[in-house]
Ligand binder design. Structure first.
Ligand code: DC
Length: 220
């Protein structure tokens, strides 16, 4: 079974997807982490984003493997922490807009989901990667609230952070992710919207689990 959870950056999708997967004993697939890993590879190898041959060459060299606890190996190296750094975040929207990158990532995502039950989170999961997913959720939250959450998270990790920079970064990424030509961030027509602006993580998770249980047991 596939449960698709899409939504903008810092909407609470990742934590929600992780907890929903835990509760259902499904695998959690964070597709944003995959695009982040590709971005890291491109940065480290100075891949020129305007050169399709270089992009294809780089894409062919990348091997990704998820271990438990969201550990992501790229070519056998643990990149789980490095893909969350500012330099990757800054370029990930640009890299994830590239067709060759998306084709490879979508292929890998479909392979991973072939033989297991998964909660897949991203931007295009309900619209493009798994249009036939049994459940589709679209998580939204006010941009100011999302910036506050991201600010708290980054401040705990890196200390000196400016709230307005975080807000501007989120607005910029929202715009790029929603306006790109290929598979933009978009609610699937049949997705259920969950507004997390004033919900706690536990409330978001419970709401999703209730919807799933009600549908499976035909209670609504
Ligand atoms: O969820 P995240 O913020 O870690 O995602 C990082 C970037 O990857 C985000 O700016 C858009 C891109 N992304 C995408 O284009 N498609 C997905 N399915 C997941 C993420």
């Amino acid at each position: 079974m596939i449960i698709a959870i899409d939504g903008p950056a810092a909407s609470g999708k990742s934590t929600t997807a992780k907890k929903v997967a835990e509760k259902l004993s499904f695998t959690h697939l964070d597709t944003g982490a995959m695009y982040r890993a590709v971005t890291l590879f491109f940065l480290d190898n100075k891949t020129v984003l305007s050169d399709p041959d270089q992009i294809q060459y780089a894409v062919n060299l990348i091997r990704l493997k998820f271990l438990k606890d969201q550990i992501l190996l790229m070519n056998d190296v643990d990149v789980s922490a490095e893909i969350r750094t500012g330099r990757v975040t800054e370029f990930v929207s640009e890299v994830s807009a590239l067709q060759q990158v998306r084709e490879k990532m979508v292929y890998l995502q479909r392979e991973i989901a072939k033989f297991q039950d998964v909660v897949v989170e991203g931007r295009d999961i309900g619209t493009h990667v798994f249009p036939d997913a049994k459940f589709k959720f679209f998580i939204v939250a006010d941009v100011e609230e999302r910036a506050r959450r991201r600010y708290d998270e980054l401040k705990n990790k890196f200390g000196d952070i400016n709230f307005n920079d975080v807000l501007l970064d989120l607005k910029g990424r929202d715009k790029k992710d929603a306006s790109r030509k290929i598979s933009p961030l978009k609610k699937a027509e049949d997705a259920i919207v969950i507004d997390t602006t004033s919900l706690t993580i536990d409330e978001q998770v419970d709401e999703i689990i209730d919807i799933i249980n009600n549908k499976i047991h035909n209670r609504s």
